[in-house]
Design a binder for this molecule. Structure first.
Ligand code: SF4
Length: 371
């Protein structure tokens, strides 16, 4: 089997300063991390911690919680303490909750410069409190809540307006020597968003948190995020990502991880290479691919399994994978490491693939090839 080869890269990563969100490094040479946000009322500590546990299990590395009220702020110490992944408090409107979040032990605080009134007067105090606690600040600009001054200047939330808002806010912190910052400039239009991040990337060295805001329901949001993040990450831009979906947050994490894996920015785990099927297929490829996917769910090793409908591309793809099947004439040729190891009747294809996959996975784990 051997070690997996070094994955192909699209671009060198943009050089950014590295910050620490609790134990998770963001920026510099740190791996790109996947974030999500809880949908529970933060003050409901049990429900929030339950959702954070689900997110953690799905691979989420940093979680954000909303903090719109005093009750939510009061819940932060327990949530920050009990969460297994770093918690970022998301603060709009009220500077006092920034201090509460820092005192609560949150790993970072997100502020929105567009809607925190009198925020500018508070920057000095916030910078000092955050600096003393080693807590970074995310300056999270959002097209929907852009600073009124900039909205008047630019007429709408253009890339320039989003970037100016973010950099203006950074400059206020920089005046107090505070540079423990990451930035996001989110917009619901992937094209505006990509242009905004490109401009931002060229104008500062802060790590960037990518997001297409209000991306929509799962199908549309997944595509918008994949396209926008794909464009930026392929240019080396982006240090942490959040896919926003009108769907359970664990779905956001799955999509985020898949985007990173697709770009070879994270080692792939189980990968099913299945053909789309066509008039030549001699087996129900969709059913076969679904059954194999279900049977191998949760597999942590980077196993590539080819499920092919016929003998045209079947043997070729199946040979390139760790394991594969090429179907034909009611039978399946099972390939392991490029060799046909057996031919089984169609009814035995799924169980044979799963059996063989388990054997290979066990060997990979012994050899230390886990993702
Ligand atoms: Fe069609 Fe065979 Fe290619 Fe599948 S592998 S798409 S069935 S030609």
């Amino acid at each position: 089997l051997g070690m997996p080869s070094v994955p192909a890269k699209l671009a060198e990563r943009r050089v950014s300063r590295k910050i620490q969100v609790g134990p998770v490094a963001v920026g510099g040479d740190a791996p790109i991390s996947v974030q999500s946000m809880t949908t529970t009322v933060t003050a409901d500590i049990g429900a929030t911690l339950q959702q954070i546990a689900e997110l953690t299990a799905s691979g989420c590395q940093i979680v954000r919680v909303a903090c719109p009220s005093q009750d939510d702020a009061d819940a932060l110490p327990v949530i920050a303490k009990k969460s297994q992944i770093p918690v970022i408090a998301d603060i709009h409107f009220q500077p006092k909750y920034v201090f509460a979040a820092i005192d609560a032990g949150c790993a970072a605080v997100r502020v929105n410069p567009g809607n925190i009134r009198q925020f500018d007067d508070k920057v000095k105090e916030i910078a000092r409190a955050a600096s003393d606690a080693g807590v970074p600040i995310r300056i999270g600009v959002n097209a929907g809540s852009l600073d009124k001054r900039l909205l008047e200047k630019y007429g709408k939330a253009t890339p320039e307006a989003l970037v100016e808002s973010a950099l203006w806010e950074c400059s206020l912190f920089e005046e107090h020597g505070f540079r423990d910052i990451k930035i996001s400039v989110k917009h619901n239009d992937p094209v505006v968003m990509v242009n905004a991040y490109r401009q931002l990337a060229a104008q500062c060295d802060y790590p960037l948190h990518l997001g297409v805001t209000e991306a929509g329901p799962a199908f549309q949001g997944t595509i918008k995020s994949a396209v926008a993040f794909g464009a930026l990450l392929s240019e080396g831009i982006g240090d942490t990502i959040r896919v926003s979906l009108s769907a359970p947050p664990a779905e956001e994490v799955k999509v985020g991880i898949q985007i990173l894996e697709s770009l070879n920015l994270r080692q792939r785990r189980l990968e099913i290479v299945s053909c789309p099927s066509c008039g030549r297929a001699q087996v129900d490829v969709y059913k076969l691919a679904d059954e194999v996917t279900a049977g191998l769910e949760g597999m942590e090793v980077p196993l590539r399994v080819a499920v092919m409908g016929c003998v045209v591309n079947g043997p070729g793809e199946a040979r390139e994978a760790d394991l594969g099947v090429a179907s034909g004439n009611g039978k399946g040729q099972i390939f392991v490491k490029g060799e046909v190891i057996k031919t089984v009747p169609e009814s035995k294809i799924v169980e044979t693939l799963i059996d063989e996959a388990m054997k290979i996975a066990e060997q990979m784990e012994k050899d230390g090839i886990a993702s």
